[in-house]
Design a protein around this ligand. Structure first.
Ligand SMILES: Nc1nc2c(ncn2[C@@H]2O[C@H](COP(=O)(O)OP(=O)(O)OP(=O)(O)O)[C@@H](O)[C@H]2O)c(=O)[nH]1
Ligand SMILES: [Mg+2]
Length: 358
């Protein structure tokens, strides 16, 4: 699961990428290339379990980010190097809301809502091209051999074309599960969930909420498959360098409950349709990543294929119940530890012990 970071030139994409993945912010000079890095998903539950179990190892979930190079200046409206987005499952759009004489906005003025709409339109137009090319091929194939599956696919693509021509993203098109599966192979961009990271000027973070509301960004992001997080890159950089105690004080001073980056990572994880179940023990406390809707037996397979194959049952307790009881034994007494079968749909924050034989 990969998240592509896109946005206008000098919106702070590489800066954000560096902060998220803990790599050097400055992209190598010369021809820019997409860079891939991994961010740890902050999860207080893993930390809390580690306090309880004192394990040898503590492992968080992870999300991969791709720093998509900005398109060369003067190349018109194009914001995104589209080919670099192949294989990406979600997008982070860094929307520029800060002014800077050092790194001016390529369009000469800062207008966050304009940029958000422009990028959306670019994704829609790219998809329209993809859809039209596919329709031409389907028409030819249907003329040659009138196969039912081609006819069905053509119907879907015609619907998509109409939708895109109305300048609406595919996120908002109602398609069946089967249709959606069929569409996965086409790298359609406006179908991908997208997080708008609004990069604020550092002296205006306190006003983030009112800014995103009054600029129309919140309204824009209220649509399906979109989410929004304001950050200020320089402040995030500062927090990342402070010892935890000072970082907390600094955040409190700004009226923030947590670093913006933490929210960015958690929101992208959720937008990808991912959730974490947990395992706890003296060896390791760990968050495991699964897609929403995954059943217990399949979830076991993320740990080891043997556990999936030899699955007997899952002992499950909700994280909050485990913390309230203090131990698995206490949960058993209280009746909050449940035995679930292979078809149990795993929930976010389930602490699971799989019973299996091989
Ligand atoms: N004042 C201010 N400057 C920022 C902020 N974020 C990034 N910058 C500056 O803007 C410039 C561009 O930042 P990058 O992170 O390289 O931007 P980018 O989006 O990766 O740019 P391209 O890859 O060229 O498209 C750098 O000089 C940064 O220091 C911010 O939040 N506030
Ligand atoms: Mg960059």
């Amino acid at each position: 699961m990969k998240v592509g970071i896109v946005g206008v030139g000098s919106s702070g994409k590489s800066t954000l990428f560096g902060l998220l993945t803990g790599t050097a912010a400055a992209p190598p000079s010369g021809r820019p290339e997409a860079r891939v890095g991994v961010a740890r998903v902050p999860d207080r539950r893993v930390d809390r379990l580690s306090e309880m179990y004192q394990p040898k190892k503590k492992t968080h979930a992870a999300v991969e980010y791709v720093d998509v190079p900005g398109v060369a200046k003067g190349s018109g409206a194009a914001l995104v190097d589209l080919p670099a987005l192949r294989g990406i499952d979600a997008l982070v759009h860094v929307v520029r809301a800060f002014d800077s004489d050092v790194a001016p906005h390529p369009d000469g003025s800062v207008d966050a809502l304009r940029d958000a709409k422009m990028l959306e339109l670019e994704l829609i137009l790219a998809d329209l091209g993809t859809v039209e090319r596919r329709l031409e091929r389907l028409d030819a194939a249907i003329k040659k051999a009138n196969r039912a599956e081609d006819v069905a696919e053509r119907a879907t693509f015609l619907r998509m074309r109409e939708h895109l021509e109305a300048e609406r993203p595919l996120r908002e098109l109602d398609v069946s599960e089967e249709e959606r599966r069929r569409l996965r192979g086409y790298a359609l961009l406006s179908e991908k969930p997208m997080l708008l990271v609004v990069n604020m000027a550092e002296d205006r973070v306190r006003e983030s909420e009112s800014f995103v509301a009054s600029s129309g960004l919140s309204g824009f992001a209220a649509r399906p498959g979109l989410a929004l997080c304001p950050v200020a890159a320089p402040i995030e950089a500062e927090i990342a360098h402070l010892p935890p105690e000072d970082a907390r004080a600094f955040l409190a001073d700004l009226g923030l409950a947590e670093p913006g980056l933490d929210r960015v990572i958690r929101t992208s994880y959720a937008l990808l349709g991912l959730l974490s179940f947990l395992t706890a023990g003296e060896d390791e406390c760990r968050a495991w990543t699964i897609r929403k809707g995954t059943k217990a037996q399949q979830a076991a397979g993320t740990i080891h294929s043997d556990i999936e194959r030899g699955f007997i049952r899952a002992e499950v307790v909700a994280f909050d119940d485990l913390v309230a009881a203090g131990s698995l034994a206490a949960c058993r007494e209280r009746g909050t530890l449940r035995l679930e079968g292979k078809d149990y749909v795993v929930r976010d924050g389930d602490v699971i012990n799989f019973r299996f034989n091989v």
